[in-house]
Design a protein around this ligand. Structure first.
Ligand code: PEP
Length: 251
């Protein structure tokens, strides 16, 4: 079965409610004619409420950038997956490298958050990827396999089947340094091989996005690789025409 491409925009800590509303409106108009691709945007939690009504019925889904493992309670500043779902989110990012580096997210905490996402009815995108030192030490497969092993540990097979993975080499995120299509394809193929060994044929249905300085000018080459099923886009997702061009490159 051919995998439907999935292009997601991670707006990070940018665009308050007014600016997020404007970008969502431009995306709704700019992508109105597109079908055949799953599209989602991840505004900051404070802007979800202004984006959801604009994108309702547009075919562009909304996601939350971060969730807690617990649905409610004494977790000051946290986002609840259940509340994100109630607010209109359909997806959740888990394990983004910025969360791993700046907030100490671990594979074990990601495992709990992936369960929380499914329990709340959110579809997770689980981010994995190596640092530059790990790549230089020839440890890419070891690192991403460890992240897969730890992160997926608590999921039922049908939940693994429904997950989206984002391979994001840390050295390529927000740096302008992009993995070559050959470098990215090689890791995507390794990831799919690992999934096939663990979970069987379902590996061929799991979408694996590439993330790391994707932009309109490099998207087509990356997205034409056989095991790259879409993109998780940061900086270039903040501008409607550029993001729309990446979406079109996935078709
Ligand atoms: C990201 O935030 O997931 C990302 C890939 O960012 P950028 O596209 O800016 O490298």
């Amino acid at each position: 079965m051919a995998r439907r491409p999935f292009v997601a925009g991670n707006w990070k800590l940018n665009l308050g409610p007014t600016a997020a509303h404007q970008l969502a409106t431009a995306l709704r108009e700019g992508l109105a004619d597109v079908s055949g691709c799953t599209i989602a945007v991840f505004p900051t939690a404070l802007s979800v409420g202004s984006v959801v009504p604009v994108l309702k019925g547009s075919g562009i889904a909304v996601g939350v950038q971060e969730i807690e493992a617990k649905a409610s309670g004494a977790f000051t500043g946290g986002n609840s997956a259940v509340m994100a779902r109630e607010a209109g989110c359909e997806y959740a990012l888990v394990g983004h490298s910025e969360r791993r580096q700046l907030w100490g997210e671990t594979d074990a905490s990601c495992a709990a958050k992936l369960v929380a996402a499914y329990d709340a009815g959110l579809l997770p995108i689980y981010c994995i990827g190596e640092t530059l030192d790990e790549r230089r030490a020839d440890r890419v497969d070891e690192v991403v396999f460890r992240q897969l092993e730890g992160g997926l540990a608590k999921l039922a097979p049908d939940q693994v089947a429904a997950i989206t993975l984002a391979y994001e080499p840390v050295w390529a995120i927000g740096t302008g340094e992009v993995a070559t299509p050959d470098q990215a394809q090689a890791v995507h193929a390794s990831i799919r091989g690992w999934l096939r060994e663990r979970y069987g044929a379902v590996a061929d249905d799991i979408r694996i996005q590439y993330g790391g300085s994707v932009k309109a000018s490099n998207a087509a080459d990356l997205l034409s690789c056989p095991d790259i099923d879409g993109a998780l886009v940061g900086g270039a997702a903040l501008e409607a025409a550029g993001f729309a061009a990446i979406v079109r490159a996935s078709l």
